[in-house]
Write a protein that binds this ligand. Sequence first.
Ligand SMILES: C[S@@+](CC[C@H](N)C(=O)[O-])C[C@H]1O[C@@H](n2cnc3c(N)ncnc32)[C@H](O)[C@@H]1O
Length: 236
Amino acid sequence: MASTRNDTFDNFDKRDGMTPGQVADVFTNAAGTYDKVWTIRNYKDHLYVAEGVADYFQEDRRASVKILDVAAGTGMLAEQLWKKGFRQLDGLDPSPGMMAEAMKKGVYTNYYLEFMDGHTITELDTDTYDCLVVAAGFNIGLLPSAALPEMVRLVKPGGVMCFGIPDARFTEVKEYINRLEPLMQWMEQDGAWQLLDKKHFEDFYDDANPGLVFRYIVRASDIDGKQYIEKLCHTH
Ligand SMILES: C[S@@+](CC[C@H](N)C(=O)[O-])C[C@H]1O[C@@H](n2cnc3c(N)ncnc32)[C@H](O)[C@@H]1O
């Protein structure tokens, strides 16, 4: 139990070198205490993302906006969205333990036990969602850069993606260094999406850890994810 807590909560570096399945297991083993630990640590990424989404969709529209919560975990973000009047929420996460905790909250319609890692999730049709959100999904051993094009595929043109990323991830996580930001820009240059805005917050967790909440408008549905993955292969 103690080592599980270290791996997920206190020492993200320990996930470096784990297989994706091992990372999902780590979360499954810690799922029962996840919300408590992060509430104590004054976790706020999900609050900022929920605010970004609510700011985009007027109150009278919210109940019918279809949202996919990627790296959904125990549903801390979905709970916030529910409180703001959103009702069409699906989750996606590879950890059965996190899913079990999430489903207790009764906020998700569907919860897909899947990795978002660049492969095409055939269960989900192109242009299914009006909105896609991620909180605390970009970190060591979690979403790879290559996940972005597949996320864009799932959102309708004109839909919005809103996700939080602590500043340090761009410079400290090997998977993202010189990859995540360039990919975000390539996708914009190619017309896949367009930056609406990025807002900076000083305290994603532990009353520290500043980060950005990005909002992108999706412009295309025909995303050639493979070309981006090939391009990324040449960046390490
Ligand atoms: C730090 S938790 C964040 C949970 C939730 N979004 C929140 O705000 O509390 C990260 C989650 O990412 C999931 N995860 C890890 N790799 C993933 C992948 N490739 N695709 C989707 N989810 C992944 C883990 O199982 C875990 O539940």
